[in-house]
Design a protein around this ligand. Structure first.
Ligand code: NAP
Length: 455
């Protein structure tokens, strides 16, 4: 069977890729393990040289990569270029700091010498989503390879071209052959890879159902997993917020990647006193965004990545309206080809509506009015997810306290939209997953934290 990339602006098939047979996949894992045996013995300095070359290859090819991203999943060209450049930044970040992050840690004991050392594990499986088809992979791959591991990638089925382009980046940078390999397989083939005796751990970025499936299969064979799953990030707009800033940032936070980001702002928990003023500004900003062909100049928002994702989103919007939510903007599927969905705002969203309980993976904002700060925090935490969150207030002490102590999630930004940054750990709690990527926490997920003591 073939795996196809389909242009979301037209529904046309761009390219077909032959699915790898189970025996071929097993063979690739063995080759990757072979490459690992040599790689684990290289110095940080040698690894850094290659990782910096990977960063250069990315920068040199940013436009071509962005074009591929645009064609396979609809991201506007300028956003794709920014994504690829961010990957280069991530490669440079770990090239520079991996030796420091993984340096031996001396420990004082009664022995002559005791220390902690961080050893690579071997072949790591990465199961990745299409929404940031380069960045999701590089933020795993850069630290993992710098730590001395090797990797196999099972990318989302709608971005096989990106998956192969990423493999090519590592080859073009001069990494040992087979150290990073892309598997063109469907999700039903993932179990066999997890169970392969040479695969030591798995990471998955994607939906809850996929996370549960991969984690349970890895658990059955006692292999570690890191899960970066969905989110429904709450943005609290308090009565002392700068509403112009809140509306502007909320628009960017909601419409990033046409709303298809795990850390997009999804639930806007707004104190009743300022709700109308915020809504007015929010509608103004959201309606000004230019939606169109991702390859055209000036496009700020492309289509959704697939037609089935648009159908799901529209069902969530319609069901929420049927249950009493009010649509302030958008909410209708535009005529013509392409998986386009307009910026949409629902207000009066309450518990038990899909817009409250479920992740809205598209440009749909759900406004939830609350009486005060206490109700806002309760509403923010009343979610199965715990990935990111935002707080808007002019009182920075208050904002910091709410962010640090009261919101249950892995990241909270005050007066700004949540974004991933190689310097900060990234990940979630509750059904948003476990484990961390980025920073020194990320590079320590797939290493053996080994204690050594010399009597
Ligand atoms: P998805 O359907 O879960 O797919 C993600 C990856 O998992 C794809 O490679 C997919 O392969 C694979 N997969 C799906 N079901 C599987 C199974 N049962 N066993 C093994 N692999 C399986 O998610 P998506 O629609 O691509 O991405 C959207 C979701 O990802 C959202 O919930 C979003 O919030 C989340 N996400 C989270 C983060 C984060 O860092 N926390 C970042 C980005 C996205 P196929 O394509 O072949 O099905």
């Amino acid at each position: 069977m073939a795996i196809q990339s389909i242009d979301p602006t037209s529904g046309d098939v761009i390219a077909s890729y032959e699915q790898m047979a189970p025996e071929a996949v097993q063979g690739i894992v063995e080759h990757v393990h072979e490459a690992f045996l040599g790689w684990r013995q290289t110095s940080f300095s040698d690894r850094s040289t290659l990782m910096r070359k990977a960063a250069q290859v990315l920068r040199d090819n940013a436009r071509d990569c962005a074009r591929l991203i645009a064609r396979e999943m609809g991201k506007p060209l300028r956003d794709g270029i920014a994504e690829v450049q961010k990957c280069a930044l991530g490669c440079d970040f770990y090239a520079e700091r991996a030796a420091h992050f993984l340096a031996r840690e001396p420990v004082v004991t009664e022995a002559r010498k005791s220390f902690v050392t961080f050893q690579p594990l071997g072949v790591i499986l990465a199961v990745m989503p299409w929404n940031f088809p380069f960045w999701q992979v590089f933020r795993f791959a850069a630290p993992s390879l710098m730590a001395g591991n090797a990797a196999v990638l099972k990318h989302a089925s709608n971005v096989p071209g990106c998956a192969l382009a990423i493999e090519a980046v590592f080859n073009d940078a001069g990494f040992p052959p087979n150290l990073f390999r892309t598997l063109i397989i469907e999700s039903s083939q993932v179990q066999a890879v997890i169970e392969h005796k040479l695969v030591r751990a798995a990471t998955l970025t994607g939906s809850g159902p996929a996370g549960r499936s991969v984690a349970s299969k890895a658990g059955a064979v006692l292999k570690k997993t890191v899960l970066e799953l969905g989110g429904s990030d709450p943005y609290l707009v308090l009565e002392d917020a700068d509403l112009d800033l809140a509306a502007e940032v909320s628009t960017k936070g909601r419409l990033v990647n046409a709303g298809q980001s795990c850390i997009a702002a999804k639930r806007f928990v707004v104190v009743e006193k300022v709700r109308r003023d915020f809504e007015e500004r929010f509608v103004k900003h959201m309606s000004a965004v230019r939606m169109g062909d991702p390859l055209a100049d000036g496009t700020e928002m492309g289509p959704l990545a697939r037609h089935d994702l648009r159908a799901t989103l529209h069902r969530q919007v319609e069901a929420s309206i049927a249950q009493g939510a009010t649509c302030l903007l958008g909410g209708t599927i535009p005529p013509g080809p392409g998986a386009y969905y307009p910026p949409t705002i629902l207000t009066g969203v309450r518990k038990d509506m899909p817009a409250y309980d479920e992740e809205l993976f598209g440009p749909v904002a759900a406004i939830m009015p609350v009486r005060d700060e206490a109700e806002a925090i309760a509403a923010a935490n009343n979610s199965v997810f715990g990935l990111g969150g935002g707080v808007f207030t002019r009182d920075l002490v208050r904002g910091e306290l709410i962010a640090a102590e009261l919101i249950e999630s892995g990241n909270v930004f005050v007066n700004a939209a949540v974004r991933s940054d190689p310097r900060l750990p990234f990940g979630g709690i509750k059904e948003s997953g476990y484990g961390r990527e980025l920073s020194h926490y990320g590079i320590r997920e797939f290493v053996n934290i080994k204690a050594v003591s010399v009597a």
